[in-house]
Design a protein around this ligand. Structure first.
Ligand SMILES: Nc1ncnc2c1ncn2[C@@H]1O[C@H](COP(=O)(O)OP(=O)(O)OP(=O)(O)O)[C@@H](O)[C@H]1O
Ligand SMILES: [Mg+2]
Length: 261
């Protein structure tokens, strides 16, 4: 299956009357892994939330297209159905819904009515993915993320990713809070999806994750924009030297996105 293309053009986003994103340009195509890095508060999670249609984030200018279709015209569930998936920086706990039921509803939401996955097939696929991610099978019967440790929540996000197989995955700090073994397992899960039908945007602070998941491109966000792009070597330089040199290059003192003028 040929991949999808997500095109973000001159995206401006406001939260509570404060402009956070100030003209983001980014294109991701199936088969490509893009890393987005950048200091705290520069708009990375805001970008992820805006793509998925979080109601708090108001798009004031620019466009988001998925295979030429206007994403901004779609409701949140339509965006998911169109092939967009977000693994959140802070996954929500949902008490009353088991992980297994949630996963099955999510998988079925991506299928046409009348073509729902059979329970047998679902369980087989879920078991296989949980094995792959070295997850305790009991987790499937626990309420979604409720009482899960930080690392368990992140693993659970990748379980969803593997079951839903979206066209474009956006992973917001999927590596935060993971121990070394979990980092390897989660990376393994993401790498398993690497083919022409899957494009991925990986938001991270650390080069360490990118040692396991080699990005095709690395972008740096500052002041609500992508200010620099390069290959994996850019992440290596950031790890070694931090962000100061980019600020000097750009002639800016403060990298934060949401500061009032
Ligand atoms: N709901 C909100 N209300 C007010 N300000 C917000 C809101 N959400 C985000 N902001 C502000 O927008 C700016 C960008 O936040 P965002 O979460 O996108 O940063 P980030 O790049 O993901 O940072 P981090 O690396 O710390 O996760 C921050 O200054 C933040 O305080
Ligand atoms: Mg963030």
């Amino acid at each position: 299956m040929a991949g999808s293309t997500l095109e973000i053009k001159d995206l401006h986003v406001t939260i509570e009357d404060q402009e956070i994103l100030k003209g983001v340009n980014l294109t991701i195509t199936g088969g490509e892994f893009h890393a987005v890095m950048g200091p705290n508060g520069t708009g990375k999670s805001t970008l992820a939330a805006a793509i998925m249609g979080h109601p708090k984030y108001v798009i004031t200018k620019g466009s988001i297209l998925l295979d030429g279709e206007d994403v901004l015209e779609m409701e949140v569930d339509e965006r998911a159905k169109a092939g967009l998936f977000l693994a959140m920086q802070y996954p929500s706990e949902i008490t009353g819904v088991t992980t297994s039921d949630f996963l099955r509803s999510s998988v079925n939401a991506h299928r046409e009515e009348g073509n729902e996955i059979s329970l047998m097939k679902f369980i087989k696929e879920m078991d296989a993915a949980m094995d792959y991610l070295e997850m305790d099978k009991n987790m499937a019967q626990r309420y979604l993320n409720t009482g899960f440790s930080g690392g368990e929540k992140k693993r659970n996000e990748i379980l969803q990713l593997m079951m839903i197989k979206p066209a474009i995955g956006i992973l917001d700090e999927i590596d935060s809070g993971l121990d070394i073994d979990a980092l390897k397992v989660v990376s393994k899960g993401i790498n398993k999806l690497r083919d022409e039908s899957f494009g991925c945007l990986i938001i991270t602070h650390y080069q360490r994750l990118l040692e396991y998941i080699t990005p095709d491109k690395v972008h740096v966000m500052m002041q609500g924009r992508v200010v620099k792009s390069g290959g994996p070597e850019l992440a290596q330089r950031l790890e070694a030297e931090g962000y100061e040199w980019i600020k000097e290059e750009l002639g800016i003192e403060d990298e934060i996105a949401g500061q009032k003028a």
